[in-house]
Design a protein around this ligand. Structure first.
Ligand code: ADP
Ligand code: ASP
Ligand code: MG
Length: 424
């Protein structure tokens, strides 16, 4: 007998039929004698609809938050998970499985005060553990907790993955299964490249890079938590028959295991390709080349909560002026330009040029630590397809390349194939 956390994403609970199907997955595990906590997302599309409604509301003048009141934004957008947790609890009860729903505040799942992008600080799992011991399934609303201000706080988009891993760590679960609409983590997004292969295992570090660089199959924070708390996490499909052979295999469930790199016997040089759309590029022309200039540019952007990603600074010809290029999310472009215009005189530059709608494609693999020439292969392959490279950044285990938006899919497929990741 074991303790399992099962998380079901938006497409897995998209309608009443699918919720009944989820209940069958849960019943399979309780019938096998396991203690189960379930974490649910809102029905797919629901959170977008709720965010859309919040966005139609008037904005407070001069407010930093894009919403009138971020605490009310959270009250609005957290409601989708409340609905699915109640529906699933009823579906389970109707099948003879004892179950009840839990909102974040009822457990409680305590977060910090960053409404809209809160981080979980502490979960008191004692009551749900006690009830799981009596055979009751805890159906937890994902994506939400309660802040120090005693208000509902949400964890950022895709946050139910993080709720699931955090609950798994809190109740010391033997496994955390993330059920979604694909049957595991693939070498790249299978919706873009049908030749993508499912990985039996992927290391925490690689999954962290994949998720940070755009593969939204897991929220970044959930991977960090799984890594820190050593939560045995599987990504698997809710769309398979819940009672098909092997589905209840405890040690080897079908799907992808996220694990330590030593658990992976056949390590490849390149494990996967990720892409992130909606990147924007800003270039500051003829910036004064003197100490303090970078701080003058990136300090005010950070204070405005704008995430700057790739940064390229040219070597100036005469030592007095240079060009500085960097990327921000497209959605922050307007705000970034206005922040920079305000500090133009203190920084000292001639012009701002900007462009939205760019894409960052990334090649990820732990094997890069010990293999040279991996980047050169990417550059050559993209050149052969006539794809222009705007900026490059690298780390020990990844190469990221900024390109024009329309080339995204071609670039992903080209890189996927050149590193031999295509299905045989
Ligand atoms: P959920 O609603 O279950 O949380 P998401 O839509 O957030 O599901 O994540 C699953 C999706 O992630 C898949 O449908 C797939 O298109 C996408 N995805 C992107 N990159 C990958 C990858 N490398 N492997 C698997 N899925 C990926
Ligand atoms: N429903 C939330 C979202 O769409 C959280 C999640 O699905 O993980 O972002
Ligand atoms: Mg998701």
């Amino acid at each position: 007998m074991a303790r399992i956390v099962m998380k079901f994403g938006g497409t897995s609970v998209a309608d009443i039929d699918r919720i009944h199907n989820v209940a069958r997955h849960v019943k399979r595990e309780t019938d096998a004698g396991h203690e189960v906590a379930v974490v649910v997302s809102a029905m797919s599309g629901k959170t977008n609809e709720l965010v859309g409604w919040a966005q139609t509301m008037p904005k407070a003048t001069g407010a930093e938050s894009p919403f009138y009141d971020a605490r009310e934004y959270d009250a609005i957008v957290a409601s989708g998970e409340q609905v699915t947790s109640g529906l699933l609890a009823i579906a389970l009860q109707s099948m003879g499985v004892d179950a009840r729903s839990w909102q974040g505040w009822q457990i409680p799942i305590r977060t910090d005060n960053a409404h809209g992008a809160a981080r979980i600080q502490d979960i008191d799992g004692s009551e749900i553990v006690r009830r799981m011991g009596t055979g009751q399934v805890a159906v937890v609303a994902g994506f939400q907790g309660i802040g120090p201000d005693n208000r509902i706080a949400t964890l950022g988009r895709g946050g139910s993955d993080t709720s699931a891993v955090a609950v798994a760590a809190a109740v010391k679960a033997d496994r955390c299964d993330i059920y979604t609409d694909v049957d595991g983590v693939y070498t790249t997004d299978p919706r873009i490249e049908p030749k993508a292969r499912r990985l039996p295992k992927i290391s925490f570090e690689e999954m962290l890079e994949m998720a940070s660089l755009g593969a939204k199959v897991l929220q970044v924070r959930s991977v960090e938590l799984a890594m820190v708390h050593k939560v045995r996490t599987f990504v698997r499909s809710s769309f398979e028959d819940p009672d098909a052979p092997g589905m209840g295999d405890f040690d080897n469930p079908p799907g992808t295991l996220i694990c330590d790199e030593d658990e992976i016997v056949e390590q490849q040089v390149v494990t996967g390709i990720a892409y992130a759309k909606d990147e924007a590029q800003i270039s500051l022309r003829r910036v004064s080349d003197r100490p303090g200039v970078s701080a003058g540019i990136f300090g005010p952007l950070a204070e405005s909560n704008i995430n700057v990603d790739m940064i390229v600074q040219n070597i100036s010809e005469d030592g007095s002026r240079t060009d500085m290029t960097f990327t921000v999310p497209s959605g922050d472009l307007e705000k970034a330009v206005s922040v920079l215009e305000k500090v133009r005189d203190t920084i000292g530059f001639d012009a701002i040029q900007s462009e939205a709608g760019l894409v960052k494609v990334s090649v990820i693999g732990i094997g890069m630590r010990s293999h040279a020439g991996v980047a050169a292969i990417a550059f050559k392959a993209l050149a052969e397809k006539g794809i222009n490279i705007r900026a490059i950044t690298t780390s020990e285990i990844k190469i990221s390349i900024l390109i024009d938006g329309p080339y995204a899919e071609l670039a992903v497929r080209t890189l996927h194939s050149v590193y031999g990741l295509d299905k045989q």
